[in-house]
Write a protein that binds this ligand. Structure first.
Ligand code: HEM
Length: 815
């Protein structure tokens, strides 16, 4: 009978075979005799000849005999062994050549190199092993042949036909023909950067995951941000969820935390993901619209799937139009498990909080940015890192037990629910800094393959049915996107931890596996690679006794309580933006029945919301939609202030904020230079904007260099505006339609304006109201004297640091 007792394995058991001597000693006669025998199909027994093959055969026999039976077979059974599997049995060969593929492996060659060092895996590790630098190098073909002429194809005569023989032309064109790979089925548009995660203090009480074991532990990361619906070349500022995927290259393998910038999702079960994506992507008959949910099929689906309602609150809010990738939160969304060394588990939700605060665009601005710079977020991330203003987030964990989870009014396996911070606070555990742009967009950002299945010991899954589908989906899609099963060897995907397994062959295999063993158990490879036992990943043994069925738990039927929680936790201006979001999207829907159905669902969230949306669409308020669950459990909280962006201003200051300083001929050069200098000292990025780029004459006869023009850099690309002092420059700008439009857009989008001296007249010219709609002074309009901007500068910096001044807003806008 099989034993279920946990016993120690016998790694590293020595073989008592004689170490093999060098092949050099074999004479001609012995070599001939060896050649007459086969090395692997013949019997592995000593034939008496003292040659290399015979010694090899003896070594193989001794190695295999060192494992007279499979000692760990009996330990494959029973619960104890399942939760603490034994390490595999292994025997050390007397000589490394005994497990090799060929005795000739020590014959060094220019291409082969020598024998592999023991236990080596050079296809993993840092990227410098594959980084190419062409400095000082001549052009070659892919075969390394120097190319003499890269201008002309090979022809029969100068005016004659091109020859098929031209292998250089054909190689170049053929490679070019295959340069594109399929884009991601979702999240096709994205940007990425390298950096590191730094752990604050050991979390060994909760998890054995490598990044969390010591204070100060640094783990390299690669992070990709993305939109979901748009194609690879689509605009960055579409209304959409943003992907926030982090690959941790840990000491114990890669861990991917593949999250979003919203903590909930549209659906509850992976079965609905293809339906969701088919509904939101461009409609199949005409391929429109691009990167937008504002169309019939999305809202048809949404209005028939009430579990989407909570996510719609987020998606219609300002969260769906972030100011920057650097200024958005990230969430793991699902409940995960942490597992410690003792095999104990707690539940966990992951949160990334940006140091610069969580900030958004406004919709009118996002639409205009799409025209002015559809790479707005990509450029912002790239430029911040190039400038050394490294984006930073703090990782926070919500940790809770099974008992706590059972008591919640909602189900923690439902990805349309959050765990309010009032119930379980977010504990900061470390920080992530992105400090290096990729060298090559395709090789790194495009080829990176994130996957929720990539977990390391200490991180485990919950039974969230959406997560389960994801665990399957990512690798599956990557097999076709990245051309076969070996994409884990692409340098950006390969771990820093070595890879040793018996997976072999397939398209584009890089690793050259040594030896003849590609199975386990084996004795011919000394048992290697052997299973790691409890050093390796052991799934948390969650007890279960359930019927096999398709269905959802009852609490999943509460579709509205947390949607209401989100809506009611918003500031008044945020609520107005949600109304405007629904109004815009639903106004693009062409089928009135869909609008009606959607608004009837909103009545279950808030009558105030439903009424405002209905009014905006010029329709009567429909009856509330019948609910799937008439009497949901009473929620623990009905407001959660941290859900409002007003609770997330970040570290303050104006670091990396782009400030337009508008200039025109006759400007006071010294005043502008000192303003520019003062803003640079605050960490901002001030740019001189004029009618045209290039030199602009100053009042003193000198010149200032305008880096941007009113035409190529409209207001939406800036966070704030400074208007220079002086009558001449004011007159010049007042005659410039684009300057006035610039001022109006800055104002309409709630941004700060500094008007120095005479420049106040420009505000009048642009029709800017100096007071807020309620008659109070506008904190975003800062005035300074003609001579010296310094006194006003402090107020300007403070006002820019507030990000925006939504008190100014009216619907429709006054300006
Ligand atoms: C059953 C539900 C889901 C399925 C089947 C699914 C599937 C996919 C697929 C096939 C990709 C493309 C991967 C690639 O080509 O490399 C992808 C990308 C992505 N998904 Fe999901 N997804 C689901 C839900 C979610 C959820 C809930 C989140 C957020 C928590 C999420 C976040 C992401 C991100 C961030 C990416 C982009 C990764 C990158 O930057 O390369 N997905 N998803």
């Amino acid at each position: 009978m099989a034993s279920t007792k946990k016993t120690a394995s016998t790694p590293g058991k020595k073989v008592a075979s004689k170490p093999a001597k060098s092949a050099e000693g074999s004479g001609k006669k012995a070599a001939a005799k060896s050649a007459a025998r086969t090395t692997s199909t013949g019997p592995a027994q000593v034939l008496g000849a003292d040659d290399a093959l015979a010694r090899h055969a003896a070594g193989v026999q001794a190695l295999s005999a060192g494992m007279p039976y499979n000692e760990t077979k009996a330990l494959e059974h029973g619960r104890d062994n399942a939760v603490a599997p034994p390490a595999g049995q292994t025997v050390e060969p007397a000589d490394p050549s005994i497990t090799g593929s060929t005795l000739s492996e020590s014959n060094d060659g220019g291409k082969t190199g020598g024998a592999a060092p023991a236990g080596a895996c050079p296809v993993t590790g840092a990227l410098d092993r594959v980084r190419v630098d062409n400095a000082g190098q001549a052009l070659t073909t892919n075969q390394g042949v120097l190319v003499a002429d890269n201008q002309n194809s090979l022809k029969a005569g100068l005016r004659g036909p091109t020859l098929l023989e031209d292998f250089i032309l054909r190689e170049k064109i053929t490679h070019f023909d295959h340069e594109r790979i399929p884009e991601r089925i979702v999240h096709a548009r994205g940007s990425a950067a390298h950096g590191y995660f730094e752990n604050y203090k050991p979390l060994t009480q909760y998890t054995r995951a490598a990044p969390f074991q010591e204070a100060g532990k640094i783990t390299p990361v690669f992070v990709r941000f993305s939109t979901v619906a748009g194609e690879r070349g689509s605009t960055d500022t579409a209304r959409d969820v943003r992907g926030f995927a982090v690959k941790f290259y840990t000491d114990e393998g890669n861990w991917d935390l593949v999250g979003n910038n919203m903590p909930v999702f549209f659906i509850q079960d992976a079965m609905k993901f293809p339906d969701l994506v088919h509904a939101v992507k461009p409609e199949p008959h005409h391929g429109m619209p691009q990167a937008a949910s504002a169309h019939d099929t999305f809202w048809d689906f949404a209005s028939l799937m009430p579990e989407i309602t909570h996510m719609l609150m987020w998606a219609m809010s300002d969260r769906a139009i972030p100011r920057s990738y650097r200024m958005m939160q990230g969430f793991g969304v699902h409940t995960f498990r942490l597992v410690n060394e003792a095999g104990e588990s707690v539940f966990c939700k992951f949160h990334w909080n940006p140091k610069e605060g969580t900030h958004s665009l406004v919709w009118d601005e996002a639409v205009k940015i799409s025209g002015a710079d559809s790479d707005f977020h990509r450029r912002d991330l790239w430029e911040a890192i190039e400038a050394g203003a490294y984006p930073e987030w703090e990782l926070g964990l919500q940790i809770f037990t099974e008992e706590q989870a059972e008591a919640f009014s909602f189900d923690i396996l439902d990805p349309t629910k959050i765990v309010p911070e009032e119930l379980v606070p977010v504990t900061p555990v470390g920080r992530m800094v992105l400090n290096r742009n990729p060298d090559n967009f395709f090789a790194e950002t495009e080829q990176v393959a994130f996957c929720t299945a990539h977990v390391v010991p200490g991180i485990d899954f919950s039974n969230d049915p959406l997560l389960a589908g994801r665990i399957h989906s990512y690798v599956d899609t990557q097999i076709s996107r990245l051309g076969g099963p070996n994409f884990h060897e692409i340098p950006i995907n390969s771990p820093l931890a070595p890879v040793h397994n018996n997976q072999r062959d397939g398209m584009h295999r890089q690793a050259v596996a040594r030896g003849r063993v590609a199975y386990e158990p084996n004795s011919l490879g000394g048992g290697c690679p052997f299973q790691a036992g409890t050093r390796g990943f052991v799934s948390f043994p969650e007890p279960m006794k359930e019927d096999k069925l398709r269905g959802k738990p009852e609490k999943f039927a509460d579709h509205y309580t947390q949607a209401r929680l989100f809506y009611e936790s918003q500031a008044p201006f945020e609520k107005r933006h949600i109304v405007a979001g629904f109004r815009f999207e639903l106004s693009k829907v062409t089928v009135p029945a869909i609008r009606e159905r959607m608004v009837s669902g909103l009545r279950n969230v808030s009558d105030e919301l439903a009424r405002a949306v209905a009014e905006g669409l010029g329709m009567a308020l429909p009856q509330p939609m019948p609910r799937a669950l008439e009497n949901p459990a009473k929620p623990e909280v009905t407001k959660s202030p941290t859900l409002s962006l007003t609770a997330r201003p970040g570290a303050g200051g104006i670091r990396t904020r782009k400030i337009a300083i508008m200039i025109a001929p006759g400007v006071d050069g010294a005043a502008i230079e000192s303003l520019q200098q003062a803003l640079v000292e605050e960490g901002a990025v001030p740019l001189l904007v004029a009618a045209r780029i290039g030199p602009v004459e100053t009042a003193g006869g000198g010149t200032l260099d305008a880096q941007a023009s009113l035409e190529n850099s409209p207001a939406v690309l800036f966070d704030a505006l400074a208007l220079p002092p002086g009558d001449t420059v004011t007159d010049e700008l007042a005659d410039e339609g684009q300057a006035l439009e610039f001022i109006r857009n800055i104002y309409r989008h709630g941004k700060t304006i500094l008007a120095l001296g005479a420049a106040q007249a420009l505000l009048d010219e642009a029709g800017i109201p100096l007071l807020l709609p309620d008659g109070d002074p506008d904190p975003g309009l800062v005035f300074g004297g003609d001579a010296d901007a310094t006194p006003a500068l402090g107020a300007f910096v403070k006002a820019v640091a507030m990000h925006r001044h939504p008190q100014r807003e009216t619907d429709p806008p006054r300006v």
